[in-house]
Write a protein that binds this ligand. Structure first.
Ligand code: WQD
Length: 340
């Protein structure tokens, strides 16, 4: 079979990370089919993808909770690998509606894996999160750091998801790579796709750009009494295009049979930690304007500091992040300015 025409199913392919990954897959010559239920994405993203790559990916609007439709989908399509982004991701909402999260993120994963196994689709890439490490005892965080008790049902769905995949790879013909993302930011350089938060953004960068755009009055900086250089919390902000490329590297590893275990885990970050105030300052510099912000109390459930040790991904996937925090902020700002 022509390796470059392999067909890859991307669930949640119209979402923030999914859409950027679809573009990179198309750039690399893969044939992409997207499943998305449009619950947290817009159909216009399909046009954005197409105008970047000049290839319209196949799109199936489908809710993965519908087991029968998932089964029908697999009967009708020949798939070489699955990249599974589709999931609910709002931490606060997951506390309010835990069962929605267990159904959306866990039941769907089970159905997807069942159909993959039934149809002999063995290559699987799973979106996990650095949230599984909680507040790690040592920084930077390696993949050997223990998984800590989850702070939210959302975080728990990522941990349980990892366990489900792990248990399945032990007994089935399934090869999996779990990517633990740090904090994804930014937009494609064309600014034809980017992050589309619904309602009030929970994440820092969309809140920053919406504040600068006048949509929000001011940014609340959650806590300045953390044991960090300036007292604000530290995270590893990874450009979404770099993150997308990590998926291509992981996929190639599986398709080429270069994986060393049936399930492998990789941190995907830059390896660099930045405080909230450093992000604010960097943003002010690239946007050439002052950002309206105030320091408020800590946000419940937040950790002090998290940044990745990326040695394993660098060595095994041959991948490393290339874009900077400034690149991420500049593209996020350009994207924000394009929104009406
Ligand atoms: C980053 C920093 C905040 C907003 C969460 C999930 C994680 C992952 C990404 C996603 C923190 C501070 C934020 C604001 C602020 N999953 N902040 N004012 O909390 O690291 O991770 O999103 O799908 O699983 O837990 O990311 O962007 O919310 O916050 O001061 O208005 O910015 O306290 O230090 P976080 P974040």
């Amino acid at each position: 079979m022509n390796k470059e025409k392999r067909k890859i199913l991307v669930t949640g392919g119209l979402g923030f990370i999914g859409s950027h990954t679809v573009v990179e897959l198309q750039n690399e010559g893969f044939d992409v089919i997207i499943i998305d239920d449009l619950s947290n994405s817009k159909i216009e993203v399909l046009e954005g993808i197409t105008s970047i790559s000049h290839i319209k990916p196949e799109f199936v609007q489908l809710d993965l909770k519908n087991k029968e439709l998932v089964s029908e989908f697999f009967s009708n399509h020949s798939i070489d690998g699955v990249i599974h982004f589709a999931a609910s991701k709002a931490v606060g909402e997951s506390v309010e509606q835990p069962l929605k999260y267990y159904e959306n993120n866990i039941a769907t994963l089970v159905y997807l894996l069942q159909e993959m196994i039934k149809n002999k689709v063995s290559n699987f890439i799973f979106s996990s999160s650095c949230t599984v490490y909680g507040q790690a005892d040592e920084l930077p965080i390696t993949e050997k750091a223990p998984v800590k008790i989850a702070e939210s049902p959302y975080g728990n769905t990522k941990q349980i998801g990892e366990e489900i995949i792990n248990d399945t790879t032990r007994v089935e013909d399934l090869e999996a790579i779990v990517l633990r993302y740090f904090n994804p930011i930014g937009a494609h350089e064309s600014v034809k796709i980017g992050e589309l938060p619904i309602g009030i953004p929970q994440n820092l960068i969309p809140f920053v750009t919406q504040t600068a755009a006048g949509i929000r009055k001011e940014l609340s900086v959650f806590g300045d009494d953390y044991p960090t250089s300036d007292g604000t919390a530290v995270r590893d902000y990874i450009h979404v295009v770099d993150l997308a490329k990590a998926h291509i590297a992981a996929l190639r590893r599986l398709l080429d049979g270069n994986n060393k275990e049936k399930i492998e885990f990789f941190n995907v970050g830059t390896g660099k930690g930045n405080s909230v105030l450093e992000v604010v300052q960097a943003f002010e510099k690239i946007s050439n304007q002052k950002l309206n912000y105030k320091i408020v109390g800590r946000r419940e459930g937040d950790i002090v500091s998290a940044y990745a040790d990326t040695t394993l991904a660098n060595q095994e996937l041959g991948w490393q992040s290339k874009l900077t925090l400034e690149d991420g902020l500049a593209s996020a700002w350009k994207w924000q300015q394009k929104q009406s």
